[in-house]
Design a protein around this ligand. Sequence first.
Ligand SMILES: [Zn+2]
Length: 267
Amino acid sequence: MSEAAPMDRLSFACPKCKRPLRSVDNALYCSEDNRTYPIAGGIPDFLSQVSLAPAALRIARVMDIVAPIYESRPFVSVLLKLSGVRAGPRFIEDIASFHVKTLQGVTGFVLDVACGPATYSRRIASPSRNVYGVDFSMGTLQQGMANIARDGMSGVRLARARVEELPFENAVFDGVICGGSLHLFPDTVLALREIARTMKAGAPMAVTTFVAGNAPLTRLMKRRKNMRVFQIPDLQQYLAEAGFEGFEPKLDGTFLTFSARKAMPRT
Ligand SMILES: [Zn+2]
């Protein structure tokens, strides 16, 4: 067992063997399997030697392109229209409020899965809550670093990693958020299990995603084999399989907001 990290910092772990990493010349090193992970522009890159699947590469490329406008009102309103969502112009702030509400009382470390340009990481960070954002698109992470610097924030750290191999030790996070990307993970249960691995028992998770419906975006997504369009009962089943409980869904058009908790160990 490793010692608990000090409150203000959580160390990254090797995404392969999950052991602590050693800092070397602008990189992190795993002596267990002799791997070096470079740090570029303050972003540890755990995917520099990983070949992403073609579907993931396509998504990463799209995200690289839209990163600078991802939080802009015109882009968000087009996305919402395509999703059949009735939400208003304060959409991002409303989702941020949902995340904050789910994390109410949570202090310590929060994981933002597929964090994009740190859109929600920045909005949920607080003096008592440090956020670790991971994404596989370097372009969005660089945009995220620029956003963090512009907002003068401390307490948000970003890394390039896959949800299937998170660069953290077991049971380190007090909460998790995952905004608008669960449907993009090829194997939902595998992704949820890996997220659960990094969470403390009873820790809450807030997720926004899409479910099956007749909106243009979900019709398009159904045709693309690399995107999942959920049915709520299936999602509930996936969460249970991955070790979550307390599923609380809320639907707006095809847009689903839900919270769940990592299950407590059975005694
Ligand atoms: Zn390792």
